[in-house]
Design a protein around this ligand. Structure first.
Ligand code: AMP
Length: 280
């Protein structure tokens, strides 16, 4: 695997591959890699000739300083995992490489999408996500971009940014990879103790319960009950929501036909976890 740290050094590789008509798949990450990330690498490798990954803990998408400072870093292990997975090139830029001194962050008109759910609890987060992905796509210009359903709203935001910026990149979304007990894999799980990991299972259990038990009609009570149960177990809940899978508009009454997604965000002590599940 080739390891590059600057825009200037990655571009000649990309140009050579493009000239040889090789298709490029791209997997952006913030490191602390797990099998969720590796599923994206594997999809990229099976669809495209060249797999490019990036590892960059993007400061502009953290609205909480301590969350940024405590974000797990396992660089040596990540490099070994990517190499073993068959990734061709890893882009490992510094902050000043992504945001040079003359960089003026654009404002992305994301509308309601950045005001709801994660946007409501993490102001500015999705502008930061758009900034970094925009910079990376501008450098890499992949045919395909691989994202995880684990970050459902982020996938919608990035698709919107791609439309706004007229990139030709195709977005491919992989299902959430879970551990054997149903816990969605997340880099932030590394910050949980063994006991907290067991507690964290209630997040996916909540989503599975909603999936099994949702009925047409008013769904507010179901959301409230699920949030209360998590609070009773010791979570600090930001939201348990049921929304349109297509638009993320929250649903209070379900007509029994519309495709829905259930989403949850909650803290276990200092660690904020998110998960979601399609209800069809
Ligand atoms: P991150 O390193 O957390 O920024 O994630 C990089 C990419 O991996 C994003 O597209 C995430 O949605 C995706 N991802 C994270 N966790 C999972 C998971 N458990 N299953 C599938 N994809 C994931």
């Amino acid at each position: 695997m080739i390891l590059v740290k600057t825009e200037k050094t990655i571009i000649p590789f990309l140009q050579k591959w493009r000239k040889n008509q090789l298709s490029i798949g791209f997997v952006p990450t913030m490191g602390a890699l797990h099998n969720g990330h590796l599923s994206l690498i594997s999809s990229s490798i099976s669809d495209c000739d060249i797999c490019v990954s990036s590892l960059f803990v993007n400061p502009t998408q953290f609205n909480n300083k301590s969350d940024f400072e405590k974000y797990p870093v396992t660089l040596e292990k990540d490099i070994a995992l990517l190499e073993a997975a068959g990734c061709h090139i890893l882009f490992l830029p510094s902050v000043s490489e992504i945001y040079p001194p003359n960089y003026v962050p654009p404002h992305y008109p994301l509308g309601e999408l950045e005001m709801i759910l994660e946007g409501k609890y993490r102001p500015g987060h999705f502008q930061g996500v758009c900034q970094v992905v925009d910079r990376l796509l501008h450098i890499i210009h992949p045919q395909c971009l691989y994202l995880g359903q684990k970050d459902y709203q982020q996938c919608m935001v990035i698709k919107k940014m791609i439309e706004l910026r007229n990139y030709f990149t195709d977005v491919k979304i992989n299902p959430t990879i879970r551990d054997a007990n149903g816990l969605a894999l997340s880099s932030r799980n590394m910050r949980l103790s063994d006991e907290e990991k067991i507690l964290a299972l209630h997040l996916s259990k909540t989503l599975f319960y909603i999936k099994e038990n949702i009925e047409p009609g008013n769904v507010e009570l179901l959301k409230q009950q699920m949030a209360q149960q998590l609070e009773d177990k010791g979570f600090k809940v930001d939201y348990v929501e049921i929304a349109s899978a297509a638009t993320l508009e929250t649903v209070t009454h379900w007509n029994g036909n519309d495709k829905l997604v259930a989403l949850v965000a909650a803290y276990i002590n200092e660690v904020r976890l998110i998960d979601n599940m399609l209800l069809f």
